[in-house]
Design a protein around this ligand. Structure first.
Ligand code: 13P
Length: 247
C-alpha cells in the first residue's frame, strides 16, 4: 500500500473542497486506485466539514497537529486529539518541523503521539535533520534520537506512520540523492523495527515532491509514499504526482 498525503499547512477555505472533489473523481476512475490511499490534512477550520463530506468516500481527512493534553483544558487556542477525532478526522501529523520550530520538544511530542493513538487517530510522525546536521554528517544520529525519544513499543504498532522530511528540502526544491535517501529510509526502518517491534514499518518521504521528481523516488522501493506540501495545494499537481508515480 502506498500513501499520498497532502499537507495544506495554512491554506484553504470552505470552497477549497472543490480541489478534493477533483482528486476524488480522479481516484474513482484510476485503475491503480487499490494500490494507494489519499489523505489530506487541511487546517483545523475545515476538518469537520471536509471529514463529513468525505465520510464514506475514499479520501481521508487528518489534522496537521494536535495539542498535548486530552479532552478539554483551559489552554487558549488548543485543539485536543479527542476534539479532532470527534469531528471525524482519522489521522494527525505530529512533529512537523514547523511545530518543532514553534517549541514542540520530544516530551511534548510523546504526549501528542500517545493521546492521538488513545483517541484512535493514525499518527503520521514527522522527523528530519536540518542543513547543519546534514553538513556535519549527523543525519542518522538526529533521526535515531527523534525516533527513540518519542516512540515506544507500547504504542499500537499499526497506527504509526513515519514521514521522513529533511528540513533543508521542505519548500526549497532540493531533494536528497537516490543513494542518500535509500540509505536513510532503510536506516529509519531498521530503527523502527527495534523501537516499535514492527516488521514492516511504513515510512514516507516529504520535501519538494512533485510530478517531475516522483519517478526518482519510486525507484526506492522502501519508500511507502509521500507527504506533500506545496504541490498538494493544486488538484492538478497532486494528481500529477499519483499519475507519474504509476506511469
Ligand atoms: P513541500 O512539499 O512544499 O516541500 O513541503 C513538504 C512538507 O513540509 C509536507 O509536510
Amino acid at each position: 500500500m502506498r500513501y499520498f498525503i497532502g499537507n495544506w499547512k495554512m491554506f484553504g477555505v470552505p470552497k477549497s473542497i472543490n480541489m478534493l472533489k477533483k482528486i476524488n473523481t480522479f481516484y474513482l476512475k484510476d485503475k491503480n486506485r487499490k494500490k494507494y490511499r489519499v489523505i489530506i490534512t487541511p487546517p483545523y477550520t475545515l476538518l469537520e466539514s471536509y471529514a463529513k463530506f468525505f465520510k464514506n468516500k475514499k479520501i481521508s481527512i487528518g489534522s496537521q497537529n494536535c495539542y498535548q493534553k486530552d479532552q478539554f483544558s483551559s489552554d487558549t487556542g488548543a485543539i485536543s486529539p479527542y476534539m479532532i477525532r470527534s469531528v471525524g478526522a482519522k489521522y494527525t501529523l505530529v512533529g512537523h518541523s514547523d511545530n518543532r520550530n514553534d517549541g514542540d520538544t520530544n516530551e511534548i511530542l510523546k504526549s501528542k503521539v500517545e493521546l492521538a493513538l488513545k483517541n484512535n487517530l493514525v499518527v503520521v510522525f514527522c522527523i528530519g535533520e536540518n542543513k547543519k546536521d546534514k553538513k556535519n554528517k549527523k543525519t542518522f544520529s538526529v533521526l535515531k534520537n527523534q525516533l527513540l525519544k518519542v516512540l515506544d513499543k507500547r504504542f499500537q504498532k499499526n497506527k504509526i506512520i513515519v514521514a521522513y522530511e529533511p528540513i533543508w528540502s521542505i519548500g526549497t526544491g532540493k531533494i536528497p540523492t537516490k543513494v542518500e535517501l535509500e540509505k536513510t529510509v532503510i536506516f529509519i526502518k531498521k530503527v523502527l523495527k527495534v523501537v516499535l517491534k514492527k516488521n514492516s514499518p511504513v515510512v514516507l518521504y516529504g520535501g519538494s515532491v512533485d510530478g517531475s521528481n516522483v519517478q526518482l523516488f519510486k525507484e526506492i522501493k522502501e519508500i511507502d509514499g509521500f507527504l506533500i506540501g506545496g504541490a498538494s495545494k493544486s488538484s492538478k499537481k497532486f494528481i500529477d504526482i499519483i499519475k507519474n508515480y504509476y506511469r
